[in-house]
Design a protein around this ligand. Structure first.
Ligand code: ARG
Length: 465
C-alpha cells in the first residue's frame, strides 16, 4: 500500500490529521479492493447516466469512462497504488481517477454517496457469484445423476437411526442428495432476484437534488428493479443475510453427505472407495488413507453457519440508515462465497471419481433382517391385519437371531411355524431384488423408478430454471 494520496476526499472540515492507528483501524481497502471490478462497472454506469441527463457534458462523461477503464487495466496488471490512507476501494479509485484525468474526475461523485455505491457494488458482486455457484452446483448435481443411473440396480441397506432398515438402491440414495441440492439451487435463484435490485440514487440516505434517471442506470447494469426507498437502500443487508442462509443450508447438506462418505469409506462399512487423488495419508501410520476432503467440507460448514450468525448480529441493532458497522459485512460474505465454491468444486470432482463396492453394499443389505417389512406386507396381502403381521414377523426375527439365520435362509416349514398363511411364493418377496422392485411408485426405490427419476432430474437441470 502506498501512502502517496494522503489528502482525504472528506478532509475539508478537519483541522487535525487522522490518528495513524485509527486510519488503519477504519480502513477496508485491504479486503474491499476485491470489489474493484463492480465499483468501476457501477461508476461507469453512473457517469453515463449523468451525461445522459446533462449533469455532465459528453466530454466529461467520456473522460471519466476512459479513465476508469484505464484504472481497471492498471489494477489487473498489479500496478495500482492502493493506499490505506484513502480508506476503501471507492475512494482509492476515485482519487486515482482525478490524478489521471484531472478536474472531470472530481465530478464523478455528483449525485452519489459511498453509501449507495457500496451497496450497489456488493449486489453486483453477489449477483455474479450466485451465478458461478449455481453453475458449480449444477455440475455436482449432474455427477450425482450419472452415478444414480450407473447404480440404479445396486442394492444397499437403507438406514433409520443408523440401523439397517430396508434395502434401497444406491441410485435412489444418490437422488436423495440430488433433491436436497435442487432445493438449494432454487433458493439461490430466488435469493438472486432480491439481490438484483439497484440502490444507486439513494445517495447518502435521502436521495439527491440532481435530475438523475435511475431506470437508465439500472438498465445499463442489468438490475431487474430499483430499491424503492432510499433509507432502506443504503441500510439493509438482508440480501447478504439471505444468501448466507441459503449458503448455510447448502453447507449443511454437504456436511451430511460428507458424514455418509466418511462412514461409507471406513473399514466397517466399506461401501465406497474414494479416489486416491482425493485422500491423504498419515505421517505415522503407513496403511492409512483418510477421507480428508469430506471431513474438511463437514468442518467448513461451521464457518459458514458462523458467518450467518455474525451478520444477523451485525444488523440487529442498527438504526436507519447507513452505519459504519456495515463495513463488517464483506469479509464474512467473501469467505462464504470462497468456501462454497471450493466445496462444490471439490465435491463435483470427487463424486465423479468415486467407486461403489457393489458386492459389499449388497452383503450389508442382507444383514439386519432388512426384508422384515416385506414379510409383514406379504402377510397383510394374505389377509392378516398389519399389527398382527408385525407381531408374527417380530417373532420370526427373534427366532432368526437365536438361530443365526436371515428370513430368506429359513425353510418354508420354519416360516410356517409363525403363520400358516405363508406359502412357497414368500421367497420371491424375501429377496433383496424383490423388496426394492416392489417399491415401484413415483419416489420409490425400485430400479425402474430410479431410471425415471434420473430422466426427470436431467430435464430439470437442462431447463436451467
Ligand atoms: N467502506 C464503507 C463500507 O464498506 C463504504 C461506505 C462508507 N460510507 C461512509 N459514509 N463512511 O461500508
Amino acid at each position: 500500500m502506498s501512502e502517496q494520496h494522503s489528502h482525504k476526499p472528506w478532509g475539508g472540515r478537519f483541522t487535525q490529521p487522522t490518528d495513524a492507528f485509527v486510519e488503519a483501524f477504519t480502513a477496508s481497502v485491504t479486503f474491499d479492493r476485491r470489489l474493484y471490478h463492480y465499483d468501476i462497472q457501477g461508476s461507469i454506469a453512473h457517469a453515463r447516466m449523468l451525461a445522459h441527463v446533462g449533469v455532465l457534458t459528453e466530454a466529461e462523461g467520456r473522460a471519466i469512462i476512459e479513465g476508469l477503464e484505464a484504472i481497471e487495466a492498471e489494477i489487473e496488471a498489479g500496478d495500482f497504488p492502493w493506499s490505506v490512507a484513502l480508506e476503501d476501494v471507492h475512494m482509492n479509485i476515485e482519487a486515482r481517477l482525478t490524478e489521471r484525468i484531472g478536474e472531470s474526475g472530481k465530478k464523478l461523485h455528483t449525485g452519489r454517496s459511498r453509501n449507495d455505491q457500496v451497496a450497489t457494488d456488493l449486489r453486483l458482486y453477489l449477483r455474479d457469484e450466485i451465478d458461478a455457484i449455481r453453475a458449480e452446483l449444477e455440475r455436482l448435481q449432474g455427477t450425482l445423476v450419472d452415478l444414480a443411473e450407473r447404480e440404479a440396480d445396486t442394492i444397499m441397506p437403507g438406514f433409520t437411526h443408523l440401523q439397517v432398515a430396508q434395502p434401497v438402491t444406491f441410485g435412489h440414495h444418490m437422488l436423495a442428495w440430488f433433491e436436497m441440492l435442487e432445493r438449494d439451487r432454487q433458493r439461490l435463484k430466488e435469493c438472486r432476484s432480491r439481490v438484483n435490485v439497484m440502490p444507486l440514487g439513494a445517495a447518502a440516505l435521502a436521495g439527491t437534488s440532481f435530475p438523475i434517471d435511475r431506470e437508465y442506470t439500472a438498465g445499463l447494469l442489468g438490475f431487474e428493479g430499483l430499491c424503492e426507498n432510499s433509507l432502506d437502500a443504503v441500510s439493509d443487508r438482508d440480501f447478504v443475510i439471505e444468501f448466507l442462509a441459503a449458503a448455510s443450508l447448502l453447507m449443511m447438506h454437504l456436511s451430511r453427505f460428507s458424514e455418509e462418505l466418511i462412514l461409507w469409506s471406513s473399514q466397517q462399512f466399506d461401501f465406497i472407495e474414494l479416489a486416491d487423488s482425493f485422500c491423504t495419508g498419515s505421517s505415522i501410520m503407513p496403511q492409512k488413507k483418510n477421507p480428508d476432503v469430506p471431513e474438511l467440507v463437514r468442518g467448513k460448514s461451521a464457518r459458514v453457519f458462523g458467518h450467518l450468525m455474525g451478520l444477523l448480529t451485525l444488523m440487529k441493532a442498527q438504526p436507519l440508515a447507513y452505519n459504519k458497522d456495515n463495513q463488517e459485512d464483506k469479509e464474512p460474505l467473501f469467505d462464504t462465497v470462497d468456501t462454497l465454491k471450493g466445496a462444490l468444486k471439490v465435491y463435483a470432482d470427487m463424486m465423479g471419481a468415486m467407486t461403489v463396492k457393489r458386492e459389499r453394499c449388497r452383503e450389508a443389505a442382507r444383514a439386519g433382517f432388512s426384508t422384515a417389512t416385506d414379510l409383514a406386507d406379504y402377510l397383510v396381502r394374505k389377509g392378516l391385519p398389519f399389527r398382527d403381521a408385525h407381531e408374527v414377523v417380530g417373532k420370526a426375527v427373534h427366532y432368526g437371531l437365536t438361530e443365526g439365520k436371515d428370513l430368506s435362509e429359513m425353510s418354508l416349514e420354519e416360516l410356517r411355524r409363525f403363520s400358516a398363511v405363508i406359502d412357497e411364493d414368500v421367497f420371491e418377496i424375501l429377496t433383496l431384488e424383490g423388496s426394492v422392485a416392489a417399491r415401484n411408485h413415483r419416489g420409490g426405490t425400485a430400479p425402474e423408478q430410479v431410471r425415471r427419476q434420473v430422466a426427470r432430474a436431467r430435464e430439470r437441470l437442462d431447463r436451467h430454471p
